[in-house]
Ligand binder design. Structure first.
Ligand SMILES: Nc1nc2c(ncn2[C@@H]2O[C@H](COP(=O)(O)OP(=O)(O)O)[C@@H](O)[C@H]2O)c(=O)[nH]1
Ligand SMILES: [Mg+2]
Length: 202
């Protein structure tokens, strides 16, 4: 898919106030610093559409982007900040859970995992929550350029092994880098395919 247009639409905290677009939508979520903004900018071929932040935890907003006038990318606020109060975490959880379970045109959520670090409790919880609710998701391993092929394979194998303890099937998985561009075309093709399916039934 060639990106010829990508525009920021709106930031919200309340899912009910988010723009109603009637277009296929894909959300991106992950721990703070996982590389979410970098990946969104890379996919949309923009330097600074989703701000690459040096102060993690600042943005707690749901951001909507309209791409090629045809589909919607949603940047969801990250999780796993060290310095955050319980109340704030609960607020975040309600906001995210509401969005993901109630947003009509949301087709799938990409859950980003840093391929360098061990499989975190917060990532497991997020994935298991999607599994329990039977909500469609894909896993994206980020920053693959920072590892040797062996290390990368072994970290991904560990995540798969862990998931297969609870789930019979593995979700679609993508290995990406915004330095080499690895995996990014595959994600865009996956989105294009899903857009076609959505268009055929709408
Ligand atoms: N080497 C490398 N660094 C990355 C990659 N993606 C993100 N980063 C770096 O990781 C840090 C966090 O990225 P950012 O996109 O702000 O993460 P976010 O907090 O999830 O939005 C930044 O310093 C990025 O430059 C990648 O694919 N490869
Ligand atoms: Mg960010």
């Amino acid at each position: 898919m060639i990106i010829h247009k990508a525009e920021f639409l709106a930031s919200n905290t309340d899912y009910r106030k988010c723009p109603k677009l009637d277009k296929p939508e894909y959300a991106f979520i992950g721990r703070s610093n996982v590389g979410k903004s970098s990946l969104i900018n890379y996919l949309l071929n923009r330097k600074n559409l989703a701000r690459v932040s040096s102060t993690p935890g600042k943005t707690r907003l749901i951001n909507h982007f309209l791409v090629n006038d045809a589909w919607v990318l949603v940047d969801l606020p990250g999780y796993g900040y060290a310095r955050i109060s319980k109340t704030e975490r609960e607020k975040w959880e309600i906001m995210i859970h509401n969005y993901i379970t109630k947003r009509e045109d949301l087709l799938l959520t990409f859950i980003l995992i840093d391929s360098r670090i061990e499989f975190k409790e917060s990532d497991k919880n997020m994935i298991n929550w999607f599994g329990e609710k039977q909500l469609p998701f894909a896993i994206v391993f980020t920053k693959s350029d920072k590892l040797s092929p062996n290390q990368l394979a072994s970290n991904i194998a560990a995540v798969k092994k862990n998931l297969l303890q609870f789930w019979e099937e593995l979700p679609p998985m993508y290995i990406t880098s915004t330095v080499t561009g690895k995996g990014c075309d595959d994600i865009l093709s996956f989105i294009a395919e899903n857009n076609k399916i959505w268009e055929a039934s709408n």
